[in-house]
Design a protein around this ligand. Structure first.
Ligand code: NAD
Ligand code: UDP
Ligand code: UDP
Length: 315
């Protein structure tokens, strides 16, 4: 269904973006990957550089972009706390100015546009699991706010362009996703635990380790992004995408130790501020709308991810 479509992927040289570009090209699309290489790398899309259907452009979405495309996947934004808190003002600018520019572009060329939003819009939730109708509990002035509020404002912009300009929008709330090409130093729990286990270093459990997350393997996530784009024009989302399997960080550490055969010890470190205690997607809407559900169990996805990190850590 993507054949002959010109598809723009912003943040296309990042973790999710590079997998998405690959998938779109397999489906026959012409892909324009736009990235400022803040956290993404050329290496992530190296295998695509030889393809005639792929074009890579260095560009910051905070600045206007004039290209001709049929669809836009707006993924540009640093996603891990270490990266998005390094330059918080730039993080908000990327979410807000980036959304305005990509929506302005979509309006001019009448493209369909999908926003990579996040489960962080729910903040530290009082409702569990989180359905799309939940408005969230977000601190507007904390360390995570540049990301959370930036993404919330981007959602607002998407829905106002939809109401005001009848744009065809899709808003996807992505829950924690992991897999090959995660940044080894992004500080996220899966990459941290795997690299620590492979190096025989202590596994850093923040707080008691009883806080929970739900982890979705990247291939399942890419299926869902592409399916969401293909829904009829009436469907705007927001739609949750994630794997409802919920694990404590202690359980995750135990699995990674077992799968790597590592003898690393657990050490406890302070819990970062505003760290959500629990998170689990309610994915009923995605199932009803386009029959999606995740297929890859955590242990299977972790095996693939560990194999990827073995190469990197060994190198
Ligand atoms: P990532 O950091 O690997 O990818 C983000 C990409 O955006 C990078 O290639 C980066 O260089 C690029 N970028 C950043 N600022 C830019 C700018 N101003 N202009 C152009 N490019 C810019 O992160 P990811 O995990 O692949 O996340 C992709 C998207 O999905 C992000 O919008 C993120 O918020 C969202 N998301 C991811 C997760 C997850 O668990 N991975 C969860 C929720 C939401
Ligand atoms: N924009 C862009 N590419 C386009 C069209 C617009 O980057 O092809 C940017 C433009 O810089 C503008 C923003 O998108 O600031 C919002 O565009 P819109 O048409 O909604 O508003 P306006 O042009 O009135 O500011
Ligand atoms: N975490 C941890 N050790 C680490 C990195 C993270 O215990 O080395 C915890 C973190 O405090 C949080 C959970 O793992 O409770 C998920 O963190 P991550 O940064 O991966 O994602 P997010 O908090 O954005 O969901």
């Amino acid at each position: 269904m993507h054949s002959n479509q010109r598809v723009l992927v912003t943040g296309g040289a990042g973790f999710l973006g590079s997998h998405l570009c690959e998938r779109l090209i397999k489906e026959g699309a012409d892909v324009l990957c736009v990235d400022n290489f803040y956290t993404g790398t050329r290496r992530n899309v190296e295998v695509l550089l030889g393809s005639r259907s792929f074009e890579l452009m260095r560009h910051d979405v905070c600045f206007p972009l004039y290209v001709e495309v049929d669809q836009i996947y707006n993924l540009a934004c640093p996603a891990s706390p270490i990266h998005y808190q390094f330059d918080p003002v730039q993080t908000t600018k990327t979410s807000v100015h980036g959304a305005i520019n990509m929506l302005g572009l979509a309006k001019r060329v009448k493209a369909k546009i999908l926003q990579a939003s996040t489960s962080e819009v729910y903040g530290d939730p009082e409702v569990h699991p989180q359905p799309e109708s939940y408005w969230g509990r977000v601190n507007p002035i904390g360390l995570r706010s540049c990301y959370d509020e930036g993404k919330r404002c981007a959602e607002t912009l998407f829905f106002d362009y939809w109401r005001q300009h009848r744009l065809r929008i899709k808003v996807v709330r992505i829950f924690n996703t992991y897999g090959p090409r995660m940044h080894p130093n992004d500080g996220r729990v899966v990459s941290n635990f795997i690299t620590q286990a492979l190096r025989g270093e202590p596994i850093t459990i923040y707080g008691t380790g009883e806080q929970t997350r739900s982890f979705c393997y990247v291939d399942d996530m890419i299926d869902a992004l592409v399916l969401t784009m293909k829904t009829n024009d009436e469907f705007t989302g927001p739609v949750n995408i994630g794997n409802p399997g919920e694990f404590t960080m202690l359980e995750l550490a135990e699995k990674i130790l077992r799968l790597t055969g590592s003898r690393s010890k657990l050490v406890h470190e302070p819990l970062p501020s505003d760290d959500p205690r629990q998170r689990q997607p309610d994915i009923a809407l995605a199932r009803e709308q386009f029959g999606w559900r995740p297929k890859i169990a955590l242990e299977d996805g972790l095996r693939e991810t560990i194999a990827y990190f073995r190469d990197i850590v060994g190198a």
